[in-house]
Design a binder for this molecule. Structure first.
Ligand code: SF4
Length: 482
């Protein structure tokens, strides 16, 4: 649970009851859950199998040429919401791979690249179910959207909340310009939390934007990311285990209760609980022990007239007011990760040459100087190529080269001076964080140190394009509410 952000779990808890959200933020617990027995297969392997199957098989299976009659038969022979029978799943997988050995080869290669052993019996059964499930899902999605093209992995964010999530994939129907965000599950059954999570992705896309980091259209990832600002997309929840496809709309009216969610979180941090009416849910609620309606031993009830604005938003607004290019902050990290990938093999080659030169008599200081020089040259050359490919202009390139898109310590000092009144609002919370029970949960007041939080600006407030628009709109909204 992010202290300075609003996550989908926060909204989910708030909608159950604002008090529950405050209790959770305060680190309070209803009971200690017994540790579950170790799973026979790690959850991340289950998730990875589902993702790889969808990434590799869904686009080709939605093509008009793809024969999905076996999926149609399986669907009509299976009761609504029931899983596919194991023998049916095995037969569907065998049939597909007999006809499309190219897809089998591609999928196995993908799984190997993420170190998943398909020789393991449990993984094999899991894979068969997923391959059968994706055929059913492809049938449903082709009927609804037509042929799909994979755009890539996505990053959804809205500085207004502020929130950040990574949906599994972004697809595009071949015949339309819309974007479909897809969250993949590989579970026995989809639950209410899964549905809510997908709805929240759709909400982020509508309120903020989505950055598609990798573009897979030409099989290989291309370097050009996309920015989709205020996209009206919904989010498709796809359970690959049984082929469930649900189109989830955004969470309705989120703006109308956003301030109350934030207030409940801040009250939780202050060790208090908000007012909330009793409802039908109360009879089943596990938090009665702390709730003011049922007990006097819980945190005191309170309201807040003045709220502290989201921390990353304060920092992003300062950057905007001081002419910092927020888009470049996004690009800076993206280009750095590419640089590392591209330059690394050359560095290794050069290290080998350098070793030989040292054997021939090059001194260690000379070798170090040469290494730094060559790396700098290499970095500049690759950076120019990447910037050219991405379409960044000369000024943007120079800023990236000089790293001046980054926040410096001097910037942070100026930010703390200029926005003292905004940071001051966190003071009460900071001071209280020194006390139990919150200290036990969050440890230290350094949690609110702007220098340590500089990464959060990029995370919550930037996109490849139009970050300034998102941040200034979010700032105006919070100005009117705090
Ligand atoms: S008992 Fe009712 S009012 Fe109290 S925390 Fe639970 S849901 Fe909220």
């Amino acid at each position: 649970m992010g202290v300075m952000t609003i996550t989908w779990q926060d909204i989910y808890d708030y909608l159950r009851c604002p008090k529950i959200l405050a209790f959770k933020v305060a680190g309070l617990r209803t009971r200690i859950k017994p540790r579950p027995p170790s799973p026979t297969i790690e959850p991340y392997v289950i998730g990875r199998v589902g993702e790889q199957v969808v990434e590799t098989l869904l686009p080709p299976l939605t093509s008009p040429e793809s024969d999905l009659s076996i999926a149609e038969e399986a669907l009509s022979a299976t009761e609504e919401g029931a899983p596919l029978r194991e023998d049916v799943a095995r037969e569907m997988t065998r049939t597909l791979f007999r006809i499309r050995s190219d897809l089998k080869e591609r999928l196995l290669k993908k799984l190997e690249s993420v170190q998943i052993q398909v020789t393991d019996k449990t993984v094999k059964t899991l894979l068969e179910k997923a391959v059968a499930g994706v055929q059913v899902a492809a049938l449903k999605m082709r009927e609804r959207y037509g042929e799909l093209e994979l755009l890539g992995r996505a990053e959804a964010k809205a500085p207004l909340l502020p929130s950040w999530l990574e949906p599994d994939f972004a697809f595009k129907p071949v015949d339309s310009e819309t974007t479909i965000v897809v969250e993949v599950k590989n579970k026995a059954k989809i639950g209410p939390q899964d549905r809510f999570q997908a709805s929240f992705y759709a909400t982020l896309g509508r309120l903020g934007g989505i950055a598609v980091k990798e573009h897979f259209t030409l099989e290989e990832a291309s370097l050009v990311p996309r920015a989709l600002v205020k996209t009206p997309s919904s989010c498709v929840l796809l359970n690959v285990r049984d082929g469930t496809v649900m189109e989830m709309p955004g969470v309705e009216g989120i703006i109308s209760f956003l301030r109350d969610v934030w207030e409940a979180k801040q009250l939780g941090l202050l060790g208090k609980q908000p007012e909330a009416e009793r409802g039908d849910f109360c009879s089943r609620c596990r938090w009665k022990r702390l709730c003011s309606h049922f007990s006097t031993s819980g945190p005191p009830t309170a309201t807040l007239d003045e709220l502290a604005k989201p921390y990353p938003l304060i920092m992003a607004e300062w950057m905007l007011e001081h002419g910092k290019n927020l888009d470049l902050l996004w690009w800076n990290e993206y280009v750095s990760s590419l640089l590392h990938e591209v330059v690394h093999p050359y560095r290794r080659m050069f290290a080998e040459e350098l070793r030989k030169a040292r054997e021939r008599g090059l001194s260690p200081p000379e070798a170090l100087e040469l290494e730094l020089y060559v790396y700098e040259q290499l970095r500049t050359k690759v950076l120019s190529k990447i910037a050219d490919h991405l379409g960044l202009d000369e000024q943007e390139l120079q800023t990236l080269k000089s790293q001046s898109a980054m926040l410096t310590r001097k910037d942070i000092e100026a930010m703390c001076r200029d926005f003292k009144h905004e940071f001051e609002k966190w003071r009460g919370i900071m001071e209280l964080l020194g006390h139990d029970p919150i200290k036990r949960r969050y440890g230290t007041i350094d949690l609110f140190n702007p220098w340590l939080n500089r990464g959060s600006v990029r995370k919550y407030g930037t996109l490849p394009r139009e970050s300034d628009k998102l941040v200034s709109e979010a700032w105006k909204w919070w100005e009117s509410k705090t």
